[in-house]
Design a protein around this ligand. Structure first.
Ligand code: TRP
Length: 455
C-alpha cells in the first residue's frame, strides 16, 4: 500500500509551486484560519451562546477534534500533491467527492464571507476618512443596495489578485507580514479594552461559567453544536482548504509542529478577540447577544468615545480586513487550484472567472439584508442559507468523510507515515491521534450533526 501511494506521487514535484519556508507556510495556514471567524464571528456567537460555557467547549473541541482533523487534511494534501479533489482520489479513486465537498463548501463560504469582508472595508474607509459611524449605522448600511455591493466586489477582486500570483509569490508573502502584525495589534487593543471601566463584567461573562447559562440538556447540545461549528469554521476545516495548502508542503516539513502552531495561533487570536470585544460591550452598557452586527456597533461606540479613536479604529478595521483577505484567499485557492489543474485554463484565467462568478453570487447574499430580505428559502434569507449550507451541512459532513477516508481507507500505517514524513519526525501520540481520527471525531461530529437536524 505504501509503495502504491509513493508510486502514484508525481515524479517531478518541483514544477509545482510550493511554500518557500516553513514559517511562510505556518503564517499562510494561520492566515487562512485567522479571519472574520475569529474577530467577527467568535465574539458574537460566544455572546449569544452562553459566554464562558461556549468558550470551554470551544477549546476542548479545538484540540480534541480540530487538531487531529487539521493534521489529517495537511497529510492528505501533501501525499496527494494536487487540488483537494485529486488528492482525495489518490487515496481512493472513488473518494473524489470528499474534495468536491470542499470546492462546493468553499464557494458557499466565500459568497457570504465577501459580504462581511465588504462591511469591514466600508468601516475601514469610514474611520480613515474620519467619519466614525454611529453605532446604529450598521443596520442602515448593511440593508442598503448599492454601496455594500461595490465594497464586496472590490474585496473579491483583491482576493483574486493575490491568488493570481500563486503560492510563494502571493499568498505566502502577504500572510507572513500580516499575521504577526494582527497578533501584536490585537494584544494591544485587548490591554486597552481590559482597562475600560466596567470591563470586569465582560471578563466574567467570557471566562467564568455561570450556572444560569445552562438550563437544560438541550441548551448544552445547542451550545456544543455552535462550538463545534465555530471550531470548524475558525480552523478552516472540512472544506479542502488545508488539503490544498498541504499539497504545497515540502516532504520533510513537520506536520505535527505545524498543526500545533496553527491551532494555538488561531485559538489565541479568538480568545484575544473575545477579550477585546466583550469587555468593551459590557463597559458601554450594551448586551453581548446582539448578533452579526456586534463588532460594528460596539467598537464604533468604543472608538467614538476615546481620544485616539479614529486612528485606533482605522487600524483595527484595516487589520480585520487583512485577516479576512488572507482567509478568503485560501477559500478561492481551493476553487482555483481545482479549476486550473483539472481544465485547460491557466491559474490567472481561473481566478478571473471565479471572481466574476462570486461577484454575482454575493450580490444576492448582500441584498438579502435589504431589497431581498423577504425572499426565504427553507425559511432562511439567502445569506443565512449560504451560512447554513456551509457551516451546518458541508463542513461537518466534509469533516466526517475526511476522517473516514484517512483512517479507514488509507489506513493507520500510511497516514502516520505521511504525518511523520516517512519516519523522519517523531510522533509520540500517533496511537492517540489515529484513535481520535478513526472513532472519536466521526462519532462526535455525527452526533452533533444529527442533533442539530432534529433540534
Ligand atoms: N477560517 C476562516 C476564518 O476564521 C474562514 C475560512 C477560510 C474558512 N477558509 C475556510 C472556513 C475554509 C471554512 C472552511 O475566518
Amino acid at each position: 500500500m505504501d509503495e502504491e501511494i509513493d508510486m502514484k506521487r508525481p515524479e517531478n514535484t518541483s514544477a509545482r509551486d510550493s511554500w518557500s519556508t516553513g514559517f511562510g507556510f505556518i503564517m499562510s495556514a494561520a492566515g487562512s484560519a485567522v479571519g472574520l471567524g475569529n474577530i467577527w464571528k467568535f465574539p458574537y456567537v460566544c455572546g449569544t451562546n452562553g459566554g464562558a460555557v461556549f468558550l470551554i467547549m470551544y477549546i476542548i473541541f479545538a484540540f480534541l477534534i480540530g487538531y487531529p482533523i487539521l493534521m489529517t487534511e495537511l497529510s492528505i494534501g501533501r501525499a496527494g500533491r494536487m487540488n483537494s479533489v485529486d488528492s482525495c482520489r489518490r487515496i481512493d479513486p472513488k473518494w473524489g467527492f470528499t474534495g468536491m465537498f470542499g470546492v462546493a463548501g468553499a464557494a458557499a463560504v466565500l459568497t457570504y464571507y465577501s459580504v462581511v469582508g465588504g462591511w469591514v472595508m466600508k468601516y475601514s474607509s469610514a474611520f480613515i476618512l474620519g467619519r466614525i459611524p454611529s453605532p446604529d449605522y450598521f443596520s442602515e448600511y448593511s440593508s442598503s443596495t448599492v454601496e455594500p455591493v461595490i465594497w464586496q466586489s472590490i474585496f473579491i477582486l483583491l482576493t483574486a489578485a493575490v491568488v493570481t500570483f500563486g503560492i510563494s509569490g502571493g499568498i505566502e508573502k502577504v500572510s507572513s507580514v500580516l499575521i504577526p502584525l494582527l497578533l501584536l495589534f490585537l494584544a494591544g487593543l485587548m490591554i486597552y479594552s481590559l482597562s475600560l471601566p466596567g470591563a470586569a463584567e465582560g471578563v466574567r461573562f467570557f471566562l467564568i461559567p455561570q450556572s444560569t447559562d445552562i438550563k437544560s440538556t438541550s441548551d448544552i447540545a445547542h451550545i456544543a453544536l455552535k462550538a463545534l461549528g465555530q471550531v470548524f469554521f475558525s480552523l478552516s476545516l472540512g472544506m479542502g482548504t488545508l488539503i490544498t495548502y498541504g499539497s504545497y508542503l515540502e516532504d520533510d516539513f513537520s506536520i505535527t509542529r505545524g498543526t500545533t502552531y496553527i491551532v494555538v495561533i488561531d485559538t489565541v487570536i479568538a480568545v484575544i478577540s473575545g477579550l477585546v470585544i466583550l469587555p468593551a460591550v459590557f463597559s458601554m452598557g450594551l448586551t453581548p447577544d446582539e448578533g452579526a452586527g456586534l463588532i460594528f456597533s460596539t467598537l464604533t461606540e468604543v472608538f467614538g468615545k476615546i481620544g485616539a479613536g479614529r486612528i485606533l479604529g482605522s487600524l483595527f478595521f484595516l487589520l480585520v480586513f487583512f485577516a479576512a483577505l488572507t482567509s478568503s484567499i485560501s477559500l478561492l485557492e481551493v476553487i482555483v487550484s481545482f479549476a486550473f489543474e483539472r481544465t485547460a485554463v491557466s491559474r490567472k484565467m481561473a481566478a478571473v472567472i471565479a471572481a466574476v462568478l462570486f461577484i454575482i453570487l454575493s450580490v444576492f447574499a448582500s441584498l438579502s439584508f435589504g431589497l431581498l430580505s423577504d425572499v426565504r428559502i427553507l425559511g432562511m434569507t439567502i445569506f443565512d442559507l449560504f451560512v447554513f449550507l456551509s457551516d451546518n451541512v458541508i463542513m461537518p459532513l466534509g469533516g466526517i468523510f475526511i476522517c473516514i477516508l484517512a483512517a479507514w481507507k488509507w489506513g493507520r500505517a500510511d497516514l502516520v507515515n505521511e504525518v511523520t514524513s516517512h519516519g523522519l519526525q517523531r510522533f509520540k501520540s500517533a496511537s492517540l491521534y489515529v484513535f481520535l481520527v478513526k472513532y472519536v471525531c466521526p462519532a462526535v461530529i455525527l452526533t452533533i450533526f444529527i442533533s442539530s437536524l432534529i433540534m
